[in-house]
Design a protein around this ligand. Structure first.
Ligand code: ASP
Length: 337
């Protein structure tokens, strides 16, 4: 399914400009992204309480619909929904009727019949969450938890929260995203979020075979060399080689990739001394990152995971209240007729 920033804006926002689905960073402006970060900030404190709950989604049902494997994303969405006091259903697709041939639309119709309020969707097909958002009953919110190579907007926003916590701003920052950009939905969403929030320079660094063909249109600087790509960077984001999405041989060998692009202490020294190192996980030690760096003082990789809960709480509560505001306005219009 093809999407554009204008159509993404239209489908994601209600008539009052509030979030009602969260499918992509495209089409969302700086104010809205900042509101997500500020809301997430306010939820961080909830995770530090002895009773880690707020009642914002009490009585609501959230269905985690993961058609692709996930560890961090699925579990942090589940924790986020539970901390918002929602009832959560985790649908294991490998044991569900989908594996018996049921279509996506039929699975959804059945789940909607159980009066669900929100679907968190991960799917190997780019555009699947958009398709669902267009066909779902009004009032049900759809959150994209990663679709194909297209987008992973909550990952991008938890990365933005982590950057803001450590750097205090986006203006003036140089961010290098390194590795398999071609297959990375994370990189696409990060680039959009960084540019929207005002980062000075976003670089993508990797061999040409792992850079997207439309790289020049993304508003980033392209580097094939780690020395120039990391020079004076404030933030270094490493990505995994996404072998499950690769068609054909795009790399000479993992060893050669590591030699050229693996983040080692020596290569990290090209960046600013106070640069932070990030990775969306799962990390492959010795393939794209050395253990000394992944576990080292500049790494904020585990902070990213913690921030995932607060960001997912923010997005879920904002989308639900956007849906409710729209429902209420529709009911009032109906009543006044
Ligand atoms: N966890 C991220 C994703 O789902 C990154 C990765 O898998 O490498 O896209």
């Amino acid at each position: 399914m093809s999407t554009s920033p204008a159509s993404d804006r239209h489908i994601q926002l209600n008539p009052f400009g509030q979030l009602r689905h969260f499918l992509s960073i495209d089409g969302l402006d700086r104010n809205l992204l900042t509101e997500i970060l500020d809301t997430a900030d306010s939820f961080i404190e909830v995770g530090e309480r002895s009773i880690k709950k707020v009642p914002l989604l009490r009585g609501r049902t959230v269905v985690n619909l993961f058609f692709e494997a996930s560890t961090r994303t699925r579990s942090t969405f589940e924790l986020a929904a539970k901390r918002l006091s929602a009832d959560v259903l985790n649908l294991d697709i490998s044991t569900s009727a989908t594996s018996k041939g049921e279509s996506l639309s039929d699975t959804l119709l059945n789940l909607e019949a159980m009066a669900s309020d929100m679907f968190v969707v991960r799917h190997a097909q780019s555009g699947a969450p958009h398709f669902i958002a267009q066909s779902v009953t009004p009032g049900v919110a759809i959150i994209n938890a990663g679709d194909g190579r297209h987008a992973h907007p909550t990952q991008a926003m938890l990365d933005m929260l982590t950057i803001r916590q450590h750097k205090g701003r986006f203006e003036g920052l140089v961010v290098a995203i390194v590795g398999d950009i071609l297959h990375s939905r994370v990189a696409r969403s990060q680039v959009r979020a960084l540019l929207t929030l005002g980062a000075e320079e976003v670089r993508i660094v990797g061999p040409n075979t792992l850079l997207p063909r439309d790289a020049e249109t993304l508003g980033v600087k392209i580097h094939n060399d780690m020395r120039s790509g990391l020079r004076d960077a404030d933030v270094v984001i490493m990505l995994r080689l996404q072998r499950e999405r690769m068609e054909g041989a795009l790399l000479p060998s993992e060893r050669e990739f590591y030699r050229q692009y693996g983040l080692t202490t020596e290569k990290l020294a090209y960046a600013r001394p106070d640069a932070i190192v990030m990775h969306p996980g799962p990390i492959n030690r010795g393939v794209e990152i050395e253990s000394a760096v992944a576990d080292g003082p500049q790494s904020v990789i585990l902070n990213q995971v913690t921030n995932g809960i607060a960001v997912r709480m923010a997005v879920m509560s904002m989308a639900m209240s956007g849906q409710l505001a729209e429902r209420q306005a529709a009911a009032e219009t109906q009543a006044s007729k």
